[in-house]
Design a protein around this ligand. Sequence first.
Ligand SMILES: [Zn+2]
Length: 483
Amino acid sequence: MTGALRASPRHLRSRWERFTVSMGLVLLVACSGGEARYDLVVANGRVIDPESGYAAVANVGIRDGVISEISERDLEAERIIDATGHVVAPGFVDLHEHGQAEESYALMVRDGVTTALELEVGVPDIDAFYDAREGGQLVNYGASVGHIGARMAVLGDPSQGILPAGVGGSGSVSPDQLDGIETMLRTGLDRGALAVGFGSAYTPGAEMSEFERMFSVAGEYGAPAHIHMRGGLAGLDSTLATARAAGVPLHIVHVNSSAGGAIDDFLLNIQAAVAAGQDVTTEAYPYGAGMTEIQSALFDDWESWPDERFGDHQLVSTGERLTRSTFGEARRTGGTVIIHGRTEEMTRAAVASPLTMIASDGFIENGRGHPRTSGSFAKVLGRYVRDEGVLTLEQALAKMTIQPARRLQSRAPAFARKGRLQVGMDADITVFDPATVIDRSTYMDATVPSLGIPYVVVNGEVVVDGGVLTPARPGRGIRAPVR
Ligand SMILES: [Zn+2]
């Protein structure tokens, strides 16, 4: 045996040969070590990419904010996060987030959100929105230009909030005023607004012809119309028809609250429009109560309500349930109100439907708000996926990542690199424990961060580390191309 070994070519090599071979190996190791050393590696987690269907225990290597390698081999990095036993998913993209400030971002990011977008109400001034947040935020952000705000500005609404409290909602418009509203929308779209936001429920003074005209403007720019619609099932049908006539991609926000008890019929009608070739999508948040401003047009008929209805309303500033007299008082002074009343079956139907994306409709200010701000995504993953089996983990993740990214990517190509855990995509990553992930905020305290989401990465930087916020603020504004 030893004689045979001694006769092998390896042992016939000269010392020089052995020297050059070993030097070559040293150089090879040095080079590959340099190339393969990443800024960050998320190791040993179950990597799930809802677009490709990839799902395997693997290591994710990140360099310069980009996912550079996904592999089963060991990767070297400045920092390695051990994700053993956890899911490694694309960061969640929330299409409906009013809380565009650190207080809300800080809760949402611990719920797994890496991109928070104000697309329903939108903003009246796109440049001002992006300028105010430049220099880095916890998460990526973006906005639509809003029809509601444009209408409030042009008609001179007295509201101090983001929704009309008077003429901006209920007033009718002159031809000149319509031109003024259209000009504001066009300016916003020229400056890179991601979409156009509408709230026909908040602007009862606006005729469907006004929506058709403004839908057409959005359609001209390839921007989706995100609408909080009015009028129940009949309103859905006229909204679908108006969008079809205007040639605009349509996104119906929070189908759960707009449909209420008619959720099954709502989803059937949306499905029929999709089957007929219309570009229409929708979203839901997993809670049985809504929230809005008490001075909005939704409550214009409050004086005709029966006494028992007021108790379904909870004042956000104090947590108290209202009566006819306290409701009337708050209606005069202003504030935000949580509206209880939908059943768990309605919520479940909205979350389970393959048509819905998950979007929070969140907003926290001065420590008060709705638990959907801080818990929507963890609640779907914990309660509806793990505890109740209403949908699979892969289905739920698609609703949080690839579906919202696809909704926006033809208008804003930056979204073609979001919502995906693939080589070459932006390194927005959420790491969660499928066995423990759950929401913890309540209607009395909406500021309790979700559990079971220990690591969140935004543009390659760790912003949640062991469940704790870091000082990093890598979140950037995402716009459509500016004209
Ligand atoms: Zn909203």
